[in-house]
Design a protein around this ligand. Structure first.
Ligand SMILES: C[S@@+](CC[C@H](N)C(=O)[O-])C[C@H]1O[C@@H](n2cnc3c(N)ncnc32)[C@H](O)[C@@H]1O
Length: 420
């Protein structure tokens, strides 16, 4: 490229991004060490961001580019191969001792040359420890890959849908670089030449169950909304609960294989009323180990809600999958079933802050953008959708901290009822 067409000196490509900031960052990391033991996730996250800034300061633009274009995709090939062949389970079972590629390959009946190449790159990327020639030890990360709740996202999200973000620029160019909002015309549909939505597409490739596991796994270790320091469940749901023939306490709409209600029962084992998980028949049919006290119900949320007058209807990561017009239709079905002055709607979703968004939240917004033509919403987006478009009322947004889904408590508006 000629110097006229490029506004900066090419020399920056091979120089560290910000070498001058390195000494201070190291000092700050050192000073932060003392807060790590008692500071919880907040202190650890601060350290993580500083460590990332340090890595970026030391890295040259050329190295960052190679990392994105070669290294990370190559690591995904190796990680997926390990899931497919059972490598991570086998290594976890073998324990912390050094493990020879040849022995692993023979146990898994895979080509040892192939396995050696993949493991060598994973070690070069820090996911395995190299302890000798073709000999490796696991890390906590690769051990964790033996759990389906950790590995499930690799096939269902990355393999099944990865072309959507990677070809988003083409899709967007062909649509005039406008913010997409049509659930029938997504970047996933463009990238794969399909008219299936994301969930149907994942299932068509055989990754439906992997996605269910991913849904159960991604939230692990984050404060759930039903814990006392986020939402006062007793005061807001149990007090005033009406024992009636239809004594539904909580209806989880699009509740997948029931993990949220199972977690609710763990937190509140002596709750009153029924817990009901609703999802499409194909997903309800995949439920295996759910507490029998949780009722399973096949239901399409575009149709009339069969459970009327429940104490609470609940949706977790549902509305972010859909553009406003589709959400409006889903919400209207719930509104029709709510009992004035009694029923609440609880929406467990991100509320994007004006500044300082946590990277996991903006990452999920990219998933919504490139797989669904939908989005994570800001506070004003939520007011617009729930109040202006559907005529409900937001009672309160209960925050679980930056980067974690909030609980948006909603009731019927105005004269239709106030469930205070
Ligand atoms: C992003 S997942 C969220 C699952 C669950 N609420 C959670 O947070 O783990 C979206 C869920 O919506 C379900 N879903 C999609 N379309 C649906 C429909 N028309 N009726 C009911 N559920 C649907 C999917 O099967 C999937 O389980």
């Amino acid at each position: 490229m000629s110097s006229e067409s490029c506004p900066v000196d090419f020399g920056i490509v091979t120089q560290p991004n910000d070498i001058g900031s390195v000494p201070n960052l190291i000092k700050e990391l050192d000073a932060g060490l003392s807060s790590l033991s008692g500071g919880g996730n907040g202190a650890r996250h601060e350290m993580l961001i500083k460590a990332r800034t340090l890595t970026q300061a030391l890295e040259t633009p050329r190295e960052t580019m190679i990392k994105h274009c070669w290294a990370q995709t190559g690591a995904l090939a190796g990680l997926n191969f390990g899931i497919e062949t059972g490598l991570w389970k086998l290594m976890a079972k073998n324990g912390d001792k050094p493990q020879r590629v040849e022995d692993l390959a023979s146990k898994l009946t895979v080509d040892a040359v192939l396995l050696a190449r993949l493991m060598r790159h994973l070690a070069a990327m820090g996911y395995l420890k190299e302890v000798g020639v073709n000999e490796y030890q696991t890390t906590n990360f690769t051990k964790a890959m033996s759990f389906p709740t950790v590995s499930g996202g690799y096939f269902s999200m990355t393999s099944a849908t990865g072309a959507s973000p990677l070809r988003f620029h083409e899709y967007s160019r062909k649509r005039g670089f406008k913010n997409p909002a049509d659930a029938q015309d997504t970047a996933l549909m463009y990238a794969y030449g399909t008219d299936l939505d994301t969930f149907s597409w994942q299932r068509s490739l055989g990754y439906g169950m992997h996605f269910n596991h991913h849904m159960g796994g991604y939230r692990q270790g984050r404060p759930p909304w039903m814990s006392a320091d986020v939402y006062p469940v007793k005061e807001r749901l149990f007090d005033g609960f009406e024992d009636s023939p239809n004594d539904a306490l909580l209806v989880d709409i699009g509740g997948n294989i029931g993990h949220d209600l199972a977690e609710f029962r763990e937190h509140h084992p002596s709750h009153p009323g029924r817990l009901i998980v609703q999802d499409l028949p194909v997903v309800i049919g995949q439920i295996k180990d759910l507490d029998p006290a949780i009722q399973r119900m096949e239901y399409d949320f575009h149709t009339e809600q069969p459970v009327k007058g429940a104490r609470a209807y609940y949706m977790h990561s549902i509305l972010h999958d859909w553009p406003d017009e589709v959400c409006q239709r889903i919400l209207n079905r719930i509104k029709e079933a709510m009992k004035a002055g009694y029923s609440r709607l609880l929406i467990n979703e991100n509320v994007i802050p004006d500044t300082g968004v946590w990277w996991e939240t903006s990452a999920l917004d990219m998933v919504m953008l490139t797989l669904f033509s939908s989005r994570e919403r800001t506070q004003s987006d939520w007011h617009n959708l729930l109040e202006d478009m559907v005529g409900l009322k937001i009672v309160k947004i209960w925050s679980a901290g930056n980067g974690v889904e909030s609980l948006i408590e909603v009731e019927l508006a105005g004269e239709e009822g106030s469930s205070g």
